[in-house]
Design a protein around this ligand. Structure first.
Ligand SMILES: [Ca+2]
Length: 420
């Protein structure tokens, strides 16, 4: 008998726990019951009935949680009986220049690693391009970025990470859904319990899929009957391409181009909801930095202005595929990193032509404060999360233009003081 069903029998201990929990509730303090015991009680009384209703067997459930204890070293946990606190570290985190995201060492690791694998996996990459229409260079860039082409250690037990987070994280509902999906993966025989290795955030295998993504997007590309995103390179690469196709990858289009945008083109025109045909951007004076014309076939289709550092860095005209890349990781800089990495894998040494300005030096709390003031004035900043996404950037540009300033579309210390 494993310790889990052993716990089932000890109902007297359960009563004791309940009393302790009640007493703790009265005292408003941390429960005296050890977290391990509370975790076991939660597994049995809270998670198990839902898992069972979803078709998870007792033996799968027991095997998944055999010997699993909550990992209190994981981030964003709220101990039972405590109130969630505003994450101080995040609030005080300095917001650096976007340029730091493109440190040559990191980009080169992805592009050199990708180039080294282009030949080795040429046949598989050709099959992937044929089946999914996603360029091999894009697949390689994501694989390199997510797990260093499989070199990164993925050391955690997914059930420990997801179990801990579903039990006591700040976003426990999201992690509960992922935990149930992880159980389903094992229940359906898609992966054995012992293979379920994840990152500290619960992302599985070399493409770093959350379990719900695994269920929707992972494929057995090498056809051996197993969907093995931990060990099979074809499965890893095919799964990444399949993910992008499911989110709408447009075959035959790239991700975008670095461009110059004359001052007459306001930086506040950026964003996926302010697209124009490529020819219309051309009429406004937007040009590719390499001097080449936009492909003739693109002139009637929509593209979007994207300026991750406002006027303090390179500008881009991006395609809908850029926003598909953002479905992998909701960050303009992430999608841009993948685009740059893919270009370098496909074309060799390729860098952005404009420099990133020395912006930054603000705290996320400063930017969140600025966002709240802009919100009060009726601007849409997305959410006041301390990160200057495209809605915040263009709202800054609009405020600047209305106040007789040159639009930079990026926060700085002077602006934080000026917007009241
Ligand atoms: Ca396989």
């Amino acid at each position: 008998m494993d310790r889990f069903s052993g716990w089932l029998l000890s109902s007297s201990l359960k009563c004791l726990l309940l009393l302790v929990a009640l007493a703790a509730g009265f005292a408003g303090s941390v429960s005296a019951a050890p977290v391990d015991d509370q975790f076991r009680a939660w597994l049995q009384n809270d998670l198990w009935p839902e898992a069972k209703a979803k078709g998870i067997s007792q033996s799968t459930f027991n095997a998944a949680f055999d010997g699993v204890r909550p990992n209190l070293k994981l981030p964003d946990l709220v101990l039972p009986g405590e109130k969630p606190k505003t994450p101080k570290k995040q609030h005080q985190a300095e917001f650096g220049s976007p340029g730091a995201y493109f440190a040559e060492k990191i980009v080169a690791a992805v592009s050199n690693g990708g180039r080294a694998r282009t030949g080795k996996y040429a046949a598989t990459l050709r099959q992937i391009e044929k089946r999914y229409g996603v360029p091999g260079s894009v697949v390689l860039a994501i694989w390199g970025r997510e797990s260093g082409f499989g070199a990164a250690k993925i050391p955690y037990d997914a059930f420990e990470v997801l179990g801990t987070k579903a039990f006591m994280a700040t976003r426990k509902d999201m992690f509960r859904e992922e935990l149930l999906a992880a159980l389903e993966i094992v229940q359906r025989g898609l992966a054995p319990v012992g293979a379920m290795k994840s990152s500290w955030a619960g992302a599985l295998g070399q493409p770093q899929f959350m379990p719900t993504s695994f269920l929707k997007h992972a494929v057995d590309f090498d056809g051996d009957g197993k969907t093995d995103i931990w060990n099979s390179v074809p499965d890893v690469m095919g799964s990444i391409a399949n993910y992008l196709v499911h989110y709408g990858w447009v075959k035959g289009r790239g991700w975008g181009y670095e461009v110059t945008a004359p001052d007459a083109v306001s930086c506040s025109l950026e964003g996926p909801d302010r697209g124009k045909p490529v020819s219309a951007w051309g009429k406004l004076g937007v040009r590719r930095v390499d001097g080449k014309p936009f492909p003739a076939g693109e002139s009637a289709v929509e593209a979007f202005l994207m300026m991750p550092a406002g006027r303090h860095g390179p500008a881009f005209l991006v395609t809908p595929n850029f926003y598909v890349l953002k479905e992998y990781n909701t960050s303009d800089l992430y999608a841009l990193f993948i685009g740059l990495g893919a270009d370098r894998i496909a074309q060799g040494d390729h860098r952005f032509s404009a420099e990133w300005g020395a912006v930054g030096g603000l705290y996320r709390s400063d930017i969140a404060g600025l966002q709240r003031v802009l919100e009060k004035k009726g601007y849409d900043v997305g959410s006041a999360d301390g990160l200057p996404g495209f809605k915040t950037r263009r709202s800054i540009g609009e405020w600047q233009a209305r106040n007789g300033r040159a639009a930079t579309c990026y926060p700085d210390a002077e602006l934080v003081r000026a917007v009241k």
